[in-house]
Design a protein around this ligand. Structure first.
Ligand code: GUN
Ligand code: ZN
Length: 436
């Protein structure tokens, strides 16, 4: 494997700026060097200091005026929904029936799955995203397709077959037992193969029978280190329907809790309309959430209260997700911008440090992969997004008057432009180059 170094400004979150002072939560080098060996970061720091250690023959790629960031980590995204991104005029339950379920049925054809999976992996890279937790469909071939595409580029990907045995069209339904068997076979085939990690994926309580949720719990008990992803409390009609389907449970969170699906390995998308006792239960169990603001605005689901969720008295770990195709962009910068605006509507101004943290280390923590990605540190994967703060005339004009790295990063995230992602490295290989 190759050995080389990247020169540029370095910015990396290293701690949680919701709880620690901003200054101590990120490292910044205005002229830095990252020495990469065999796909990992070997050393990094001030250019001169690291240059002294670097053997003369090691190539230095100089990204003059650019910022080297940890690759973004998308905590919640649906690859089968790429084609229906930006579908007009509905809220969650109608949106699922009208657009999503027909789009997902197309993945019963493996050739379609392969074509969209390859597009999807390339699109992540075009946006500087180097790891993601991905929903597939109930067709096991949809999981093979996405893991095969990810593995080709050595991407860290979490995914699993969608478990859904009720209240949806027959051509995308499984049965409780079939979903258990499929999940088990896919865990054996894919979990920890390369950088692939398996994620048990019951879609949500509305499309799973009690028997299926029971078997999802069994999968989690039988496989100590697989993850779990699902949805919770995104839309008020959804919450009411969950109560009708599971009348014996105290609330929506209690449904998942009852079946053993609420622990540190689990991440739930949306989590907007939760009561205080439900938030407390997330905190107690260590279960995580994926905040998906572009989706919540677009489908009209509601406002996720980041301050309440992260309340220091009982904080819940939160990552940031695009939720494409309910979400409207692959760009984690765009998603950060919308997270900022959503908080503004609730009277809270989240900081640039908090937004970059959520999109990198925060998502990595929520997915249980922060021991290998989410920050730039020796031993971590060389998953790196190169951001060009002067990618357009407008960005350049704005960058000229920025007085600090935080001000610059904030303006870049608000005035988001996909030209700002100049290059993306995945496991130490150049995976995407803007001008290439
Ligand atoms: N809840 C259950 N399934 C889905 C989905 O595919 N997208 C969104 N946004 N919410 C869901
Ligand atoms: Zn989703």
């Amino acid at each position: 494997m190759s050995e080389f170094a990247l020169r540029g400004a370095i910015y990396s979150p290293i701690a949680d700026p919701f709880f620690e002072p901003t200054e101590t939560c990120a490292v910044f080098e205005s002229d830095g060097l990252i020495w990469i060996r065999a796909g990992r970061i070997h050393a990094l720091g001030d250019y001169r200091a690291v240059k002294d250690l670097l053997p003369d023959e090691v190539e230095i790629r100089h990204y003059r005026d650019s910022i080297l960031l940890p690759g973004f980590v998308d905590a919640h995204i649906h690859y089968p929904q790429v084609e229906i991104i930006g579908s007009y005029g509905t809220q969650l339950l109608e949106w699922l029936n009208k657009y999503t379920f027909p789009a997902e049925a197309k993945f019963n054809d493996p050739a379609h799955a392969t074509r969209i999976a390859e597009f999807f992996i390339a699109e992540l890279q075009r946006n500087g995203t180097t790891a993601a937790s991905v929903f597939c469909t109930s067709a096991p071939g949809s999981v093979d397709a996405i893991f095969e595409a990810a593995q080709r580029d050595n991407m860290l990907l979490l995914a699993g077959v969608m478990m859904m045995d009720s209240h949806a069209p027959a051509n995308i339904l499984d049965t409780a037992q079939a979903s258990y068997n499929d999940s088990k076979a896919l865990i054996e085939r894919w979990h920890k193969r390369g950088r692939c990690l398996y994620t048990v994926t019951p879609r949500f309580a509305l499309t799973s029978s009690p028997e299926q949720l029971e078997l999802a719990g069994a999968l989690m008990r039988e496989h100590a280190d697989v993850r779990l992803q699902s949805h919770i409390s995104e839309n008020r009609a959804e919450v009411a329907r969950a109560a009708e389907l599971y009348p014996e449970r105290a609330n929506y969170t209690d449904i998942y809790d009852h079946y053993g699906l609420l622990d540190q390995r689990a991440i739930y998308g949306h989590a907007i309309h939760l009561s205080e006792s439900e938030l407390r239960r997330f905190h107690e169990t260590g279960a995580n959430m994926a905040h998906c603001p572009t989706s919540n605005f677009f489908i009209g689901s509601g406002l996720f209260d980041i301050a309440k969720t992260r309340d220091a008295a009982r904080p819940v770990t939160v990552g940031l997700g695009t939720d494409v195709g309910g979400g409207t962009s692959f760009s984690m910068l765009q998603t950060m911008s919308e997270a900022y605006k959503m908080a503004q509507l609730l009277g809270i101004s989240v900081t640039a440090a908090q937004c970059y943290y959520l999109a990198t280390l925060g998502s990595a923590q929520a997915l249980g992969i922060d021991d290998r990605v989410g920050k730039l540190q020796p031993g971590y994967a060389a998953d790196i997004a190169v951001m060009d703060p002067r990618a357009t005339p407008l960005l350049s004009l704005r960058a000229n008057v920025a007085e600090s790295i935080d001000e610059l990063l904030f303006a870049l995230m608000i005035c988001v432009d996909d030209r700002a992602i100049q290059a993306t490295y995945v496991a130490g290989e150049l995976a995407h180059v803007r001008d290439g």
